[in-house]
Design a protein around this ligand. Sequence first.
Ligand SMILES: [Zn+2]
Ligand SMILES: [Zn+2]
Length: 265
Amino acid sequence: MIDTHAHLNPSPTLPLTGQGENFRIAGLKAVILSAGNLKDAKENLVLAKTNSIFYPAAGIHPQETPLDPPLKNGGNTIDMLINELDKMVEENDNIVAVGECGLELNPSKSPFDRGDFKKQEILFRGQIAVAIKHKKPLIVHSRKASDETLAILGSYNNLRGVIHCYTGGKKRIQKVLDLPGEWYFGIDGNLTYEDGLVEVVNNIPKDRLLLETDCPALTPIPHRGETNRPEYVKFVYEKVAEIWGVSLKETEKIIDGNAMKLFKI
Ligand SMILES: [Zn+2]
Ligand SMILES: [Zn+2]
């Protein structure tokens, strides 16, 4: 099993000492560490040194888009973030992906409305450029912005990656598959309690499906209400095995193969 999207930045609820070995004992082969900002990305690099089960990603979440006006000393804050990200990816060969990055048009949860959407797009395109330059896959976060995200991704030929926590519904699956480059769908623990996602999974080609926790959020049944953990990705694997009507072993073989192919791990 591979958790292709975890946030393990140190917290009182998840002390990290020895966690890598615990995850291995729990049956995980790898954990991809997503980054919400550059501080997370640096912590991911530190965590990756503690155990070879961890594969770090580096990127900036759309909710972290700087709201400051452009600085006077040349460049603006978005440029500065992109330059720092570029340098980090350049200097750390073990970074397996750029992300998470993307668009979020969810005013109830973030300070962004369509007025700030342009800034999110600039930050997103900047990270796409870093991914292309360093030939890394992209971990895309898209919330209430599926069509806008697909329009941007569709304007690049040499890009591959995953639409993590896919919420585009059945109707956009073909649009994702039609994008230039190779694109995967990341499905999370909400598959265990959102019936609509079962049909979505049924329509995603087996060779384009990845499973993830997005921990500490989206805890699957039977642990709902608790903090999510990478090893709980097992419950998502079990649900997919049930949907596909194949054994858990066969499911693992297919899903893990997809993750290893995309992230080159
Ligand atoms: Zn996300
Ligand atoms: Zn995430």
